[in-house]
Design a binder for this molecule. Sequence first.
Ligand SMILES: [Zn+2]
Ligand SMILES: [Zn+2]
Length: 436
Amino acid sequence: MDREQLKQKVCAAIDARGKEIIAFGEDILQHPELGYKEERTAEKTEQKLKEMGLSYQTGIALTGLKARLKGKASDISVCVMGEMDSVLCPGHPFADPKTGAAHSCGHNGQLAATIGAGMGLLDAGAMQYFGGDVVLVAMPAEEAVELEFRNRLREQGKIEFLGGKQQFVIEGAFDDIDLVLALHAQTEPGFKMGVGGTNNGFIAKYIRYKGKEAHSGAAPHVGVNALNAALIGLLSIHAQRETFKDSDNVRIHPIMTKGGDLVNVVPADVRIEMFVRAKTTEAVLDANRKVDRALQAGALAIGADLNITNLPGYLPRAVSAEFNEVCRQAAAWLVGEGNVRIGGHVTASSDVGDLSHLMPVGSFSIGGVEGVGHSENYAIVDSDLFYLGAAKQFAVAMIDLLWDDAAVAKQVKAAYKAPYTKETWYKMWQSLCEAK
Ligand SMILES: [Zn+2]
Ligand SMILES: [Zn+2]
């Protein structure tokens, strides 16, 4: 058996399990759950790991799972990862009627690809040719949403970070992993496969304006209107926009989660969630200082109290050129050089950014979906590509990385200068969130 033959054999094994892999992905699609609440998704994933005969851990970062496939040697460990969570999108055809959750970011495909890659490698007997281990991870909470809920989990000591990958890090679940392979779907007609790309980073904010209740009709003059304070704060943020450099890709997007209690009571409790995003950490901090100043202006004008909680967001993406090249070659092997797109900068964010500051991260994009991400028209149009193509990307890259003595994986690791250690990374977030 040579490396080429093994790739053929593993891809054939993924195709042979195609129906099962797609059915798993579609089942997750039809039962979406928000981050840190992926209980059914975790159960279904556990069932698959059990059927594959793997030993695994559950309950990492509340709902995450991790399983290890041993190579002939275990010199290095490479993780393939699928996210478990959905977003809220009540109008989506596969939205949960009770919660409004929907897989309109395609994470169900990542999870199926992770399981599918594991099945392909196992069925083809690939591990006996590898000088390192493959670690399959089902990852909770990629979408940093429901800040009030997650902040409560923080206060209860159940999590420290909004993102599942960050929480995995702090729980030590990445201590025995050297490299990470990630995947995201890309909605673009005709798009097949892509690699690399960078993201904005962000800081998350949970904001409360406190005023004073009074009868809105009879005696508003004795109240303090927290809604007015919030409106002035938000408008003052808009007045900062011309001070942001285009090249920093600043994005500030608040939502108001509470605007008062009753229409005839002066609003005294107003709550806002917000991300402040930018291409670099410096630009995030600069924008964040201006946002805080603007929010304070609202409180000052009305005489309301203001409480700002800064929560760790996600770091921008750091790049391993060597790892991206391995991914590019794997994708080109599958769909031909001309069908592989090299990623540019994306102004969305991912907690993959944090991982990339600790270890080399390679990333794939996969097509087979169309519509607008996070919207009700997001739809899978090519299941073979979306589920099985993604599983093959993972598996083929694993073969290139770990074949024989895992020389390629070792080179990727050696060439990467991680910007942080786990300890300095943790301290960085602490000081960012306290920064004024
Ligand atoms: Zn998303
Ligand atoms: Zn996503």
